[in-house]
Design a protein around this ligand. Structure first.
Ligand SMILES: Cc1cc2nc3c(=O)[nH]c(=O)nc-3n(C[C@H](O)[C@H](O)[C@H](O)COP(=O)(O)OP(=O)(O)OC[C@H]3O[C@@H](n4cnc5c(N)ncnc54)[C@H](O)[C@@H]3O)c2cc1C
Length: 491
């Protein structure tokens, strides 16, 4: 589709293009052999951060990345005019200190997510714009009984989360009780008012891209505790909020610039098109094979989500606890749909582009326009049961469903975008879903310690192994830094 958008459109295309051009990563030659102190499996934020830290400490590192690009769940998507938008991880917020610091070191600037004007609640067929600067903040104005119930539930979740140590949630005093409970059954007891239940259902799918019935209560409490840093306890609101929460800020040029710049600095230490299929280890070394490349190292950092780490063949077999952990942490089901328009037309109706809805393929949206508003971009999430319902649907069907939702929310103008981008993470061979590999009941208490415990020379990174901001870009960076500290201490 051709789109008459001016240059300088979404998110500083020029900067993004320059960084991509600087990427001098290698592709494995047939039957090639490489060696390094540390072999890193996976060139997402976790793996690249780990490599950067290893190299900074004067050790050699080699990153093997399966795709023909770095970044994993972080991905800049090109627009027809040469601009960019983001198909994966995008927002950052307060207490996400490590991704913020990394971006600053790499010269990637930030700007506030568009948040001026009213949010939109779409419920029971009714469309209600609402201001977010009142007493309720961004909480959608459901009935009073629902609001009262929701306030109690939120306070209770925050209090229970304070009892969960982020580095070992399985040691919480009530870990067993909470880990045999789904979040759904807990909500059935604690959020009996239907409108309150609606608020937590929509928040849950927005945060995890999974339904409450799929999640362990212990895992949800851990995730809330994890939404903070060493000096600021996590809260439920910080997970859901835009203005002062995890969706507050975006990156100029797109989040994809961060992995691109990390890889550019690592140069030939990053090998693309290298899907690792086997890791053999023992006797103080490890051998990693990928598409005809054999890499040997003294340490290996596997920087993959558990579900992907499970697809690698380990020789000798990993301890059962680690192997079975990776059989039990599925990825959420998520897609992002971005519709581009000549202008952010909803702004002139006093709307900020953010929707909370009880109906449709897309039930939460954001204004993803570039910082100068030179065109309009509406980004919607398709999550959990809603995206599963569209499994196997043609892109044209998904597009029709998404645009029907956008028309219900923002009016007839939304029907005719100049570009439409769909990024389905459940169809990606090297992601299999997103945003995070989550823990169903019984996993953290039985297998949690295997998340990070090294096995011989093998160390584990990836956002799923992080204490703070688990599931987020910040958690990925933290995990890479932690794994690098581990291997450097061991070398
Ligand atoms: C739709 C969506 C929206 C999101 N929104 C946000 C957000 O707004 N803010 C936020 O902070 N986070 C967000 N996230 C989450 C964030 O993107 C992730 O937490 C983060 O990018 C994970 O990084 P990682 O390095 O741990 O894993 P990954 O990015 O998954 O990296 C793993 C890498 O390993 C590669 N790989 C896989 N298998 C192999 C193999 N066998 N051999 C070699 N390489 C392999 C993959 O290709 C990938 O590059 C979102 C994610 C998604 C999908």
């Amino acid at each position: 589709m051709s789109v008459p958008l001016p240059r300088r459109r979404l998110l500083g295309a020029a900067a993004a293009t320059a960084a991509a051009a600087a990427l001098t990563t290698a592709t494995p030659a047939a039957a090639a052999t490489r060696s390094a102190d540390v072999i890193i499996v996976g060139g997402g934020l976790a793996g690249l951060t780990a490599a950067r830290a290893v190299v900074a400490a004067g050790r050699s590192a080699l990153v093997l990345e399966a795709r023909d690009r770095v970044g994993g769940r972080v991905l800049n998507l090109p627009l027809p005019d040469g601009g960019w938008t983001e198909g994966g991880g995008e927002f950052i917020g307060p207490t996400q200190d490590r991704i913020r610091a990394l971006a600053a070191e790499l010269g990637v600037a930030t700007f506030p997510t568009y948040n001026a004007g009213k949010n939109l609640l779409y419920k029971d067929g009714k469309r209600t714009p609402y201001a977010t600067d009142g007493l309720l903040g961004a909480v959608p104005p459901v009935d009073l009984a629902g609001l009262a119930n929701a306030a109690t539930v939120q306070a209770t979740l925050d209090n229970l989360a304070k009892q969960v140590p982020v580095n070992a949630p399985w040691t919480a005093a009530k870990a067993q009780e909470w880990d045999r409970t789904t979040f759904d059954s807990w909500l059935c007891l604690n959020a009996p008012v239907p409108s309150a239940r609606f608020l937590f259902d929509v928040a849950t799918t927005s945060i995890f891209s999974a339904e409450p019935r799929e999640l362990s209560l212990l895992y949800v409490l851990f995730y809330i505790a994890s939404a903070g840093n060493e000096s600021t306890p996590g809260t439920f609101e910080r997970l859901t909020d835009t203005g002062s929460g995890a969706q507050a800020t975006r990156f100029t040029g797109g989040s994809g610039l961060i992995p691109q710049r990390l890889a550019a600095a690592l140069g030939e230490r990053v090998v693309l098109n290298a899907p690792v299929d086997r890791i053999s280890y023992g006797g103080g070394t490890a051998t990693v094979t990928a598409a005809g490349l054999t890499a040997t190292g003294r340490r290996v950092i596997v920087a993959l989500p558990p579900a992907l780490a499970a697809r690698v063949d380990y020789d000798p077999l990993l301890p059962a606890a680690r192997d079975q952990l990776t059989q039990r942490m599925p990825m959420g089901a998520v897609a992002k749909a971005i519709a581009v328009y000549p202008t952010p037309f909803w702004r002139s109706s006093g709307l900020n582009g953010q929707v909370v809805s009880d109906t449709g393929a897309v039930r939460s949206t954001f204004d993803n326009s570039p910082p100068d508003g030179s065109c309009g971009a509406l980004m919607g999430f398709l999550e959990a049961d809603e995206v599963r319902r569209l499994d196997g649907a043609a892109e044209s069907e998904v597009r029709a469903a998404v645009l029907a939702d956008y028309v219900r929310y923002f009016g007839a103008q939304a029907a005719q975008p100049t570009a439409f981008l769909l990024q389905r993470w459940d169809n990606e061979r090297f992601s299999r879903g997103g945003p995070v590999g989550y823990a169903p009941p019984g996993v953290l208490t039985q297998y949690g310690p295997a998340l990070r415990t090294p096995v011989g020379p093998l160390h584990w990174a990836g956002t799923e192994t992080s204490d703070y901001w688990n599931g987020y870009m910040d958690g990925a960076v933290r995990s890479g830094e932690r794994a690098a500290r581990e291997v450097l201490a061991a070398l």
